[in-house]
Design a protein around this ligand. Structure first.
Ligand code: ATP
Ligand code: MG
Ligand code: FE
Length: 343
């Protein structure tokens, strides 16, 4: 089946087209530059940008894939979670397309799509797959028996998401928004000289929160460290702080992910979401998975951050597995839980 997927949950207007499990095109227009001066995504600015970019991005995707709208077999769209006003633009556009073309509409979960995109990169997901979802708003360990029908959350962050921690620490270090890629880059020139805390990894914390994460204490530790330096009139070694902070995040994520695979008998670990683009996370996950005999699957960085291909990929799986389509009065659900795959 030929599926067009629409993503508008945050600041990327994404349109992807897949044929079955093959990616034909991934067209993304981002309003990230419009938000940078505010230090975070401004919802009203994002939804207006989606309105402006939606039709041109659909046209560009079709043109680049050599596809006519009338060839499409189904439309899929992110129905949640995300920014309400942004989601509504995508959902309304997808309804209009599905209605006018007379094809089914699949409202799918943005987070499940971060996992499902790996199918168009590396082929069918083994059942079960362990997924480490690390993005701007979420950090969870998910046991995925079937990405179209069954996702179980083993644990998630009890405070900040991993991407949020990268963005906040970047701000402390005077790096631009969004901070993840800047910390990644700065860390390459730095050394791991500071031993920052690894939240929920020892003693009772670990017992009670085996597969949960906590990054807010780490963020506070970094800002205290930087403030102490500044108060002493000393310069802040940005690259070393970035490398040390990144190491703490990546150490915890990979340690708990491998442990979850071992305990749940999963032989495959998939990592998805924007933080999966992080070069140190990719390297450490690879070496720890190699040591544990686990097969690691991480999509190319461009498919880790928000895009339309991921939505098309999950939509195609819904069609291939014969799942029910959504109703045309499908709502946008800004707080859709990770365990709800479609709407
Ligand atoms: P969610 O998927 O939870 O709704 P989101 O869609 O806003 O949130 P994504 O686009 O999946 O988030 O990811 C964006 C996050 O990824 C940002 O916090 C960004 O800083 C982070 N990120 C992107 N690239 C990197 C990188 N190379 N290293 C670390 N973090 C990164
Ligand atoms: Mg974004
Ligand atoms: Fe996302």
């Amino acid at each position: 089946p030929l599926i067009l997927g629409i993503e508008t949950s945050c600041d990327e207007t994404g349109v992807g087209i897949v044929r079955g499990e093959t990616l034909l095109v991934d067209a993304v227009a981002s309003s990230v530059d419009d938000h940078a001066r505010f230090g975070g995504v401004v919802p009203e600015v994002a939804s207006r940008a989606h309105l402006e970019e939606m039709v041109p991005t659909i046209e560009r995707a079709c043109r680049e894939a050599g596809v006519q709208l009338r060839d499409l077999d189904a439309i899929s769209v992110t129905s949640g979670p995300g920014l309400a006003g942004s989601l509504m633009v995508g959902v309304a556009s997808a309804k209009a397309l599905a209605l006018s073309l007379g094809v089914p509409l699949y409202g799918v979960n943005h987070l499940a799509s971060h996992v499902a995109v790996d199918i168009v990169e590396h082929g069918p997901l083994p059942e079960p797959t362990m997924a480490l979802l690390v993005s701007g708003g979420h950090s969870s360990l998910l046991l995925v028996p079937d990405v179209t029908s069954d996702i179980r959350s083993l644990g998630s962050t009890i405070d900040d998401a991993a991407g949020e921690a990268f963005d906040k620490v970047a701000r402390v270090l005077g790096l631009p928004f969004p901070g993840g890629p800047h910390i990644d880059r700065a860390a390459r020139d730095g050394e791991i000289t500071i031993d920052f805390p690894r939240g929920l990894t020892t003693g009772r914390d670990m017992e009670r929160h085996r597969f949960d994460f906590s990054f807010s204490g780490l963020k506070t530790a970094v800002s205290r460290w930087v403030q102490a330096r500044e108060a002493a009139g000393e310069s802040v070694p940005v690259a070393d702080v970035a490398a040390s902070f990144q190491e703490a995040v990546v150490d915890v994520l990979t340690r708990k992910a491998v442990l979850a695979c071992r305990e749940q008998g999963a032989q495959h670990l998939q990592i998805g979401g924007g933080v999966a683009a992080n070069s140190r996370l990719r390297a450490m996950a690879q070496s720890r998975c190699d040591d544990a005999g686990i097969e690691l699957r991480v999509p190319r960085p461009g498919l880790c951050t928000d895009n339309g291909a991921m939505v098309a990929a999950l939509g195609a799986q819904m069609v291939l597995k014969g799942r029910d389509a959504s109703r045309l009065d499908l709502p946008a659900d800004s707080s859709m839980p990770v365990t709800q795959i479609s709407a």
